[in-house]
Write a new protein. Sequence first.
Length: 122
Amino acid sequence: MTYNYTTAQKLALKQIDDKGRTIVIPSVTDAGTFDPDTFTFVEGSTENNSVKGLFTNFRAQDVDGTTIKREDKRVLIAATSLDSAPTPSDVIIDGDVEYEIINCDTLMPGDVPILYMVQVRR
């Protein structure tokens, strides 16, 4: 018997929508090209994905000063908000503050992603 995780996905989305705030995760839609005749690079384009994120702190006992630093934050994002999980090559923009993505863990019972737990650093 398989469990239907749709309810868990909807609950994660609702809770983060209610308690979170809008953040932006830019993604490259066109990497651009290099023109060897003119030795110039034609810039690509990016798309700003606006989603809700819930910022939390790490527990003091989780902070080791290396992997998790004191100023690091965890951002919870409902998996249904994005087409794919954020990666360390992405950034999160919260208002005027840009955060580097350090790590992203996916809460995924079975093969259904429910929640992205993203570690970010200024």
